[in-house]
Design a protein around this ligand. Structure first.
Ligand code: 8MY
Length: 284
């Protein structure tokens, strides 16, 4: 269910760093359309051969997402295999991962952040309607296609990236607090509710300038965070803190539906807090 792309139709450009198990490059794919040669900007995600066994889960996760299309879901053009190298060919998203963008100290407004949160909620709502679990919602997997410019009145535009290696493959403890607590005992019981928990942690990241929650905590302290039913430090904006803690409820069944999340985000967007804090970012 993936389009196979010939290795010789791909051109590598600069390296853009590496994720876990993968190296990413800017690149181009060559298409011949009505007799003309077209070069499309792409993101080449190489899976290093040593993690060959992860390829299936990476492949499976991405192919799941490539079967559906939505404006806030990353487009995957296909895959290319060359010897031991497996390459996923994705649409190139102009500004890259949101966590790095926010960490670079771009001061963005409260309404910019709410807009991004709402786009993520609508992508999750779409997946929920298709009963598809993403499994790895976090700011690193949100890609910024358009920065948005308040002075021009244009808003940001994000794309949700593929889940990457399935939760089961990753060290689950490492992904505290994004991974839902119920997955610690049963990493395979990935449900739609798990994405709600991760949504809460991701909104927390967005309102904390891309800083990772529990940054610097070791695996044992992270485990205790769940064992003690702890919550992330609440925002001073109580309604935002409420939404985050509803999503990060230790009881999966009581986490809000996507529709409720979107409704609550809409009321946050129209609240006077946004106007009062139009420029300065929300501090925790
Ligand atoms: N400087 C810079 C810069 C870096 C990347 C992009 N673009 C892009 N497009 C994608 N489709 C995916 C990604 N990713 C980035 C991290 C991951 C983790 O997997 N993906 N980045 C644009 C600018």
């Amino acid at each position: 269910q993936f389009h196979m792309i010939k290795y010789n139709d791909l051109k590598w450009d600069e390296s853009l760093g590496q994720g876990s198990f993968t190296r990413i490059f800017k690149g181009y794919k060559i298409d011949i359309r009505d007799g003309e040669k077209h070069m499309t900007e792409v993101l080449l995600k190489e899976l290093d051969a040593v993690h060959k066994n992860c390829w299936e889960s990476l492949f499976e996760a991405a192919s799941l997402m490539s079967q559906i299309s939505h404006k806030h879901l990353l487009l995957v053009y296909g895959v290319s295999v060359h010897g031991v190298k497996n390459i996923m060919v994705q649409e190139f998203v102009k500004h890259g991962a949101l966590d790095l963008y926010l960490k670079r100290g771009r001061s963005v407004s409260v309404s910019w952040k709410l807009d991004v949160a709402k786009q993520l909620a609508s992508a999750l709502n779409f997946l929920e309607e298709k009963n598809i679990v993403h499994g790895n919602i976090c700011a690193k997997n949100l890609l910024l296609a358009r920065e948005g410019d308040p002075s021009q009145g244009t808003s940001p535009f994000i794309k949700l990236s593929d889940p990457g290696i399935s939760v089961a493959m990753l060290v689950v403890l490492d992904r505290i607090p994004w991974v839902a607590p119920e997955l610690l005992e049963a990493p395979d019981d990935l449900t739609l509710e798990c994405d709600k928990w991760s949504f809460g942690a991701t909104v927390w990241e967005i309102f904390n300038n891309g800083n990772s929650p529990l940054r610097g905590w070791n695996l044992d302290e992270k485990r205790q965070f769940y064992e003690g039913f702890q919550q992330l430090p609440p925002s001073q904006w109580t309604e935002l803190a409420d939404l985050i803690s509803q999503c990060m409820d230790y009881q999966a069944a009581v986490r809000p539906s996507c529709r409720s999340i979107i409704r609550q985000l809409n009321s946050l967007i129209t609240s006077d807090y946004v106007i009062l804090h139009a420029t300065e970012p929300v501090t925790q």
